[in-house]
Design a protein around this ligand. Structure first.
Ligand code: HEM
Length: 440
């Protein structure tokens, strides 16, 4: 059976009279539970596919995603801000009282101009030399040596989390392990009060919800607005404290650049810290959750890795490839460009599908098979090129430590109830993953 016939049969493509149209669009939540069959159809039938709701060109094949990420002068990262913030876009909400109230509250509470804040420089959305200069500011906190120094602390947090499983018997992998470890470490690296860790997670969940979840359709929802204002107010206060009294933490490194070559404004300082906060926890939480979920669904693989703990680093890499925690990226074309036979106009949104690139049969043998013994092969879960994930070594360390401790326990545990996914087109992972003791 051809991909086209199969796609028609399972309803993931339709015949529009002039040919087959895949149904995939990242903005369709109902396709998120299992996007992988859709990705396959795209790779085979429409490797560069216009998604009308997203208003972007989805790029599905490994080779083409790499081309996009390797050519930042054609594919600018600006969309990582404008697309996610719904700016300068036909889908942008019209001026309303709700919006005006937000603008007034924002300005009054944070003492920042909301329009200037929304257009401030942001590491992940900058290109070229400005991007490189911003990255240098925090690079030194992420060298292998500096990350290695966090290993004992990571293992302490993991041990404290696993203790709950031993004493209480029931366990939510997400709430009890996959959240506290990365949130604990990133808040210590940034230098924020341990007592605010729960707020950190709540704040970053709201950012995911408002940029890539249901909140995107209701951007001035009072609960989300209050949460974001609370976060920015807090970060402004911490930044001002560190300016007065620097400490050995990342907020101090960033704040020092207000006087440095980059002359970061307070708005840019806050954007920077917010990025690290979200990038530093949501993604790693999802990696740990996805690994456990995959092992529970593949008992033979769990048996392999439980019998041979040295396979845990491969388990981490295979999870990153097989079920990428960041599924999509965004870029803006700086000029007209042809990709896989399709002409993309200048100024268009391009959506490299990392989750699809990692399952491309042109790049990996038997790509849909989850195999913890697979010899490590490059994957695109951390991106590629200039914007390659700054925190990759930290994420790998945290996931390794968490899984080394949890895998020996897993054969005696079973999933309790269905696994609900995080509501987001950007990140992928379980929202809750409850386990209980297996009864003999
Ligand atoms: C499994 C966990 C993680 C995944 C899958 C992941 C994925 C990614 C990806 C795909 C990018 C590229 C974005 C682009 O090209 O536009 C990226 C960038 C970034 N990541 Fe991660 N990330 C993870 C963990 C972390 C952690 C733990 C941190 C920090 C503590 C972090 C900080 C960053 C930052 C700052 C960038 C922007 C780099 C730049 O623009 O130069 N990430 N990440």
């Amino acid at each position: 059976m051809t991909t086209a016939t199969a796609a028609l049969q399972v309803g993931i493509a339709r015949d529009a009279g002039d040919g087959l149209r895949p149904e995939y669009d990242p903005a369709r939540p109902e396709l998120r539970r299992d996007p992988y069959p859709h990705y396959r159809v795209l790779r085979d039938l429409a490797p560069v596919h216009w998604a009308p709701r997203t208003r972007g060109w989805c790029v599905a094949r490994n080779e083409d995603v790499l081309f996009v990420l390797k050519n930042p002068e054609i594919f600018s990262s600006r969309a990582m801000f404008t697309f996610l913030m719904n700016q300068g876009h036909p889908g942008r909400p019209p001026l309303s009282w709700k919006m005006l109230r937000f603008v007034a509250r924002f300005a009054w509470s944070t003492r920042l101009n909301p329009f200037e804040f929304a257009t401030a420089r942001n590491l992940i959305a900058e290109d070229g030399e400005r991007h490189a200069a911003m990255r240098r500011i925090v690079n030194r906190a992420f060298t292998p040596q500096r990350i290695g120094a966090w290993e004992d602390r990571v293992r302490e947090l993991v041990a404290a989390s696993i203790a709950k499983l031993r004493t209480e018997g029931s366990f939510d992998v997400v709430a009890d392990l996959a959240i506290p470890v990365p949130v604990g470490i990133i808040s210590e690296m940034l230098g924020v009060e341990p007592s605010r860790r729960a707020d950190f997670k709540r704040w970053s969940d709201t950012i995911i919800e408002s940029t890539s979840g249901a909140g995107r359709d209701d951007p001035f929802n009072p609960r989300m607005v209050d949460t974001i204002i609370e976060l920015i107010t807090y970060l402004r206060q911490v930044s001002e404290e560190r300016k007065r009294k620097p400490a050995d933490d990342m907020v101090s490194l960033i704040v020092a650049e207000q006087q440095g070559d980059m002359a970061l404004s307070i708005r840019e300082v806050i954007q920077f810290v917010m990025l690290l906060l979200v990038a530093g926890n949501e993604t790693t939480t999802n990696l740990i959750g996805n690994a456990v979920s995959a092992l529970l669904d593949h008992p033979d693989q769990l048996e392999r890795v439980a019998a041979e703990p040295a396979l845990v680093p491969r388990l981490v890499e295979e999870t990153l490839r097989w079920d990428a925690p960041v599924q999509v990226l965004f870029r803006t074309t700086t000029r007209e460009v042809e990709l896989a036979g399709t002409t993309i106009p200048a100024g268009a949104y391009v959506v490299p599908l990392l989750g699809s690139a990692n399952r491309d049969e042109r790049a990996y043998a038997d790509p849909d098979r989850f195999d913890v013994t697979r010899a490590p092969q490059p994957h695109l879960a951390f991106g590629f090129g200039e914007h390659f994930c700054l925190g990759a070594a930290l994420a790998r360390l945290e996931a390794r430590a968490a899984l080394e401790a949890l895998v020996p326990e897993l054969p005696g545990l079973v999933r309790r109830g269905p696994t609900e996914l995080v509501d987001s087109f950007l990140v992928r992972g379980p929202k809750r993953l409850e386990l209980g003791r297996r009864v003999a």
